[in-house]
Design a protein around this ligand. Sequence first.
Ligand code: SAH
Ligand code: SF4
Length: 407
Amino acid sequence: MTVNLLGLDANALAAFVAELGEKPFRSKQLLRWVHRAGESRFAEMTDLARSLREKLAKSAVVSVPPVISDSVSGDGTRKWLLDVGGGNAVETVFIPETNRGTLCVSSQAGCTLGCEFCATGKQGFNRNLTTAEIVGQLWLANRLLAAASAGERTGLSEGAAPGERTGLSERVASGERVVSNVVLMGMGEPLLNFDNVVPALRLMLDDNAYGLSRRRVTLSTSGIVPLIDRLREECPVALAVSLHAPNDALRDRLMPINRKYPLRDLLAACRRYLERAPRDGDAAGEDGWPSMPDKHGYRPGAPRDFVTFEYVLLSGVNDSEHHATELIALLEDVPSKINLIPFNPFPGADFQRSPPEAVRRFSEVLNSAGIVTTTRKTRGDDIDAACGQLAGQVQDRTRRIIRMEAA
Ligand code: SAH
Ligand code: SF4
């Protein structure tokens, strides 16, 4: 069986390398070649023994989903549509800003949760993406963006002598416009694909792979309470929570998941996420944080001391001053920042974007209560790459089953 190395985090790669009968340091070299240098051809991995390169050629690949389309918005936002097989396609979006480049990554083909205001939710669900398909989005974006900035056609190392090769990390360090931040805010609910998402996060954080700090990797969730706790235990990264309503009655209507995990439970999970209490066996570091690495080699504890709450403003639905006041009371006990998102329309949507005046007022009320509130700029809407517009292409197995039952 051929293994896709993009799907193996450091531990899994070490096990694979051991199975091949190779020394452990080879797995570190491989991680660097695959993720840092963006190399997919084993023959080019010049500091690996020829015998190992031959073994790899027989048993492994570095393979990403084919790109169906590549669009660039007037504001520089770039969107790739990736073919993940079976008639399904997912989207990845790169948002360049002055001092950073953020990649918005998808975690599922579709979403099971059916939020009323979301194009992804409206189209149903087909399947979870694999770790390789999730990390592959970052691998591909780094490669395509670096290639574009170097004026190359196909990739980083084409035609370069080994000594001339420049690693992506060096390019990032030298300020080139490649990915410096990742947000899991594309298609799908990342926590409902936990087992594939966590190894992907570990690779994003791994110094031998992408080396992003935990503060620069943000997972956005609709609020799957038990899995927020598990994320904190297993791989804490910056947390964003899609709130969108200040009370259960309204949130039940906009986000059906709220009926299972209501606001009270969700906010308690957010507070736990931010707790710094060391676990048994952890020694506290100078700053009071647990300093002992966990079983995966990482130091446990939340990487940021606040949760970002996303709040999409829907005209006449959740955007009054009264809603803002309710929100302030709701978040009283949770260190928070609020990110207001103007609603992005999509075909068949039943909502309208709040007028700028309503957005301004809503934001003012929150800010004057001392809650840091930002309004997300709409980026890439001319290529349908803005939040909530990502629809890709999903063959909806869920709905087909329902239709069959109804027939
Ligand atoms: N499933 C996760 C992550 C993906 S959605 C979650 O719900 O958090 C990324 C963000 O875009 C979420 O905050 C989501 O609520 C928001 N969003 C969805 N549809 C939108 C729309 N039409 N306009 C603006 N934001 C939207
Ligand atoms: Fe799924 Fe998030 Fe869209 Fe809700 S907002 S349907 S959870 S992707």
